[in-house]
Design a protein around this ligand. Structure first.
Ligand code: ADP
Length: 375
């Protein structure tokens, strides 16, 4: 036979009851008991925390149904959930918009549970109430910020689209007329004039690329909704295919680890790996040897692109990820300084982070890490 519970915890039944009562009074959650044997299920007990939370005294609320907390705000969908649970004699957890005695709104996370008699009939319901106003407000503020951010991303993209269209048009005119000049007056123009035209053409070509890159940068914010499951081994094949000219030109050796599948926007993942691998090939004075790898880091996936290139001083660990920042002249290494900024935006969209480890003259290893739950 099992010993009685009171014997085990070494106190009398009466002591135990007193302890339970003191505990209910001591808890910081509101605790109430409604009597379901009486009409309109009035409150027969409320603890101190309930009074502190709502501003009512015990005398003001006992013998009343708990619905006074909703004031005139009685059309809340969660109230229907409560009704159904009570009808089915079960527990339920709801979030209610409640009002304190002075009219202040507060968000009440309420858990109700039935108390049954010996034959299983519900005689009472207990309610445990927690003021979660701060949490609800924080969630609301975050939602609002996210919406604002999405809107500003969309505006940025629309702005960039309009600007790029408006800028490309005159640019096309400039380069077209320069080409006319170069072709149709080639007999008349001296070498110096031809040299000037060639510089002007290169400038307009650079400007065209810059506009396209800026457009790509602005698009990163809005594309992260269009997600699909990507087999990264296949994605990397596409990336290397896109880069096949430069890989061939520089006789680059690329090795790729076995990579997992992830859920992400395909265009963004291709752009991310493409930027990192093309940098690994570009910033290298010998035959590039590039490794694309994967590390399983518990709740995170870590990917890296490692090269045997010129390396970067740790001093520039933040600088290179900011838009337009470069460490070399265009003559030494061509580029616009947008690639890593785009990579950072893409990784940020996945709540991840990007960084590098490098030894000058020996090579760099660019890592990005993303939470598995987001991919
Ligand atoms: P871009 O290559 O067009 O200059 P990025 O934003 O891709 O623009 O890179 C920013 C700068 O970071 C580069 O100008 C270069 O100085 C440095 N960098 C990027 N990747 C590497 C790399 N793998 N090795 C050495 N330096 C790099």
């Amino acid at each position: 036979m099992h010993p009685a519970l009171d014997d085990v915890i070494k106190c009398s039944r009466e002591q135990m009851l007193l302890l339970k009562e003191a505990a209910i009074e001591a808890t910081s959650s509101g605790f109430v008991i409604s009597d379901f044997t009486r009409a309109d299920n009035p409150l027969v007990y409320v603890n101190k925390a309930f009074c502190e939370m709502t501003g009512y005294t015990q005398e003001e609320v006992l013998n009343q149904n708990c619905r006074f907390l909703q004031a005139s705000d009685k059309d809340q969908p969660e109230i229907e959930k409560l009704r159904i649970a009570i009808k089915e004699s079960r527990s339920e957890k709801v979030l209610l918009k409640n009002y304190k005695k002075d009219g202040t709104v507060f968000w009440n996370e309420l858990i109700i549970s039935p108390v049954k008699d010996k034959v299983g009939v519900v005689t009472h319901y207990i309610g445990i109430q927690t003021d979660v106003t701060e949490r609800v407000n924080a969630r609301y503020a975050l939602k609002k910020k996210t919406q604002e951010l999405e809107q500003s991303n969309q505006e940025l993209e629309e702005f960039a689209n309009a600007v790029s269209h408006d800028l490309k048009e005159p640019l096309r005119m400039i380069s077209t007329f320069l080409e006319f000049l170069d072709k149709e007056y080639s007999q008349t123009l001296d070498d110096q004039a031809k040299d000037y035209i060639s510089h002007a053409l290169k400038g307009s070509d650079r400007m065209k690329h810059l506009i396209e890159d800026l457009l790509d940068y602005s698009k990163v914010g809005s594309l992260h909704h269009d997600l699909s499951v990507l087999n990264l081994n296949k994605t990397l094949e596409d990336v290397l295919d896109n880069l096949h000219v430069v890989i061939h030109e520089k006789s680059a050796k690329i090795t790729v680890d076995n990579l997992p599948s992830i859920k992400a926007n395909e265009y963004q993942i291709v752009t991310l790996f493409q930027n990192l691998i093309s940098n690994a090939i570009k910033y290298c004075k010998e035959t590039p040897e590039v490794k694309v790898g994967y590390l399983d880091d518990g709740p995170y996936c870590i990917f890296y692109v490692e090269d045997n290139g010129i390396g970067i001083d740790d001093y520039y660990k933040d600088y290179v990820f900011q838009i337009f920042n470069r460490l070399h002249s265009k003559k030494e290494f061509p580029g616009n300084g947008i690639g890593l900024a785009i990579c950072k935006r893409i990784v940020n969209n996945l709540d991840g982070s990007i960084w590098f480890e490098s030894t000058k003259g020996k090579g760099s290893k660019f890592f990005f890490k993303v939470p598995k739950e987001n991919i």
